[in-house]
Write a protein that binds this ligand. Structure first.
Ligand SMILES: [Zn+2]
Length: 255
């Protein structure tokens, strides 16, 4: 009976307070088509942000950003802090907003984390197809597989071709922070659908794009955000054939 009142309170609370923003530079389809040139700097994408992820220009490693400190993960595997003037090929960053605590049980793999997050959003009356969520999960994990990328091997190599020989690092036990975004499953190719997480370990000795991870004991926060896509300056028409990118194969869990 009071549901509509509750809905209104939640809606106004979410509308007034909770919305931070998410900025993305370069469309996913342009990146996958092989545009790895610098599109902006680390500083302009990640300064004064809560968290973020991305890829360095010329694929000089996956990027992870936590409280405005940003690392690249070279193929050797040890994260290196990057300076604000270095350039990135792709980036997503979360600004502002209000953190909500989310509980994740032990023994959740990436798909389990996504289901639990979606269930939380449903309880909060948020449709995951209509928002972008920023997510931070800190704690201990098992069966972690992280990957990074290096320079393309030939001129014109697509990201998919590069990822066919991605560099992977496996950790039976791992402690650190996963940061990233839950984007809508529906995409025209400008965004990478579903859950996308990057990682940095507590000892700062490992990191990368998360292929696999299973929770052991974690705490987590979620921010429910608006999305702002910053326009690409270069090669905007690369988005042409975006429907054919198999994002799940390259970005999702390894089975
Ligand atoms: Zn990634």
């Amino acid at each position: 009976m009071l549901d509509h009142v509750l809905d209104r309170i939640r809606a106004s609370r979410l509308g007034r307070l909770d919305h931070g923003s998410v900025t993305q530079v370069r469309s996913a389809s342009a990146l996958f088509a092989g545009d790895f040139s610098g599109t902006t700097t680390v500083g302009s994408e990640f300064s004064h942000t809560r968290l973020g992820l991305g890829v360095m220009h010329d694929l000089e490693g996956e990027l992870v950003s936590l409280r405005s400190t940003t690392w690249r993960i070279p193929v050797e595997g040890i994260p290196e802090e990057v300076s604000p003037e270095e350039e990135i090929a792709f980036g997503i960053a979360a600004h502002g907003g209000i953190a909500h605590d989310v509980h994740f049980d032990p023994q959740l793999d990436i798909e389990g984390i996504l289901s639990a997050l979606d269930a939380y959003l449903l309880r909060t009356h948020v449709d995951h197809e209509h928002v972008v969520c920023a997510l931070e999960i800190q704690g201990t994990f098992s069966d972690v597989v992280l990957r990074t990328v290096g320079h393309p091997e030939w001129e014109g190599e697509s990201l998919g071709e590069v990822l066919d020989h991605e560099t992977r690092f496996s950790f039976p036990q791992w402690s650190g922070t996963l940061v990233g975004f839950r984007y809508p499953d529906a995409t025209t190719g400008s965004t990478i659908p579903g859950l996308h997480l990057h990682a940095i370990s507590d000892d700062r000795q490992s990191g990368g794009h998360v292929r696999n991870a299973t929770t052991t004991s974690v705490t987590a926060s979620v921010w429910i955000d608006d999305l702002h896509l910053r326009q690409d300056h270069a090669r905007p028409t690369e988005a042409g054939d975006s429907g054919s990118i198999d994002f799940g194969a390259y970005e999702g869990p390894i089975s």
